[in-house]
Unconditional design. Sequence first.
Length: 295
Amino acid sequence: MSGREALYQHLASGITTVCHCWLVTRKDGETYGFTDHDRDLTFGGHLFKAASGLSAGALQQTTGLSVDNSEALGALSDASVTEEDLAAGRFDGAEVQAWLVNWADVSARVTEFRGHFGEVTRKAGSFRVELRGQGERLNQTQGMAYQAGCGAVLGDARCGVNLGLAAYRATAVIAEIDVLGRLRINGQTSFAEGWFERGQIEVLSGASAGMAVTIKADRLTDTGRVVDLWHGTGADLAVGDSIRLIAGCDRRATTCRTKFGNFLNFRGFPHVPGEDWLTSYPASTTVNDGGSLRG
């Protein structure tokens, strides 16, 4: 008898011993198990803690291609979900699986929900998170868009650039952080100014280890390289933290050809007419023979 059949048979008995269990899997592979039962449960190689780490509201399940969703509440604690981890974005997009379980026989269970974390809010020692079902992914844009800029992500399979090469990455140590949050890095002046702009900083040590942030600006000064980030890392960066700088791309055809030597894999349409062409009209002072607009 399968676990689903065993649970349904148990529910049909009229006297039930059921509870809910949730397994949260972060993108870095860390897993957290929670249950609304009054004691810890174990199955599938995971421990589901009875602490107030997580509890969910009623699950809105739909048919067809509609999106299942719910909302989960939890208390912040050192033992499970911490405010620092939430602020650092370590739970962003985490996968969630929920079961209805017979706590007297955990082999009798059925999966009720599978999805991922959506918007997370923190307040007064607790957190609230939106749970989004798998149907949510169907709302994301798919396929190619006709645009002048490249539609690939630098370093992915469609792009093909190997960001592991020394020409596209460098390891450094933060020498100074000014009041505006800009990072000064000693050395690494062999790379041209702006080489890492639109790229990423990966934090290798310190409180933000494992986090990655997009680089807004990359400048060379008399005192070293200065990097400005689009946003913080959640946990504070500190002088002495080790980081890895990864080159960025502005998605232009010229950059693809000269910086990366990768024009054969360029995934944009650089000769698509712009907005000026869309609003143009015939004029007696110009040639209207159907020829190329670019001469």
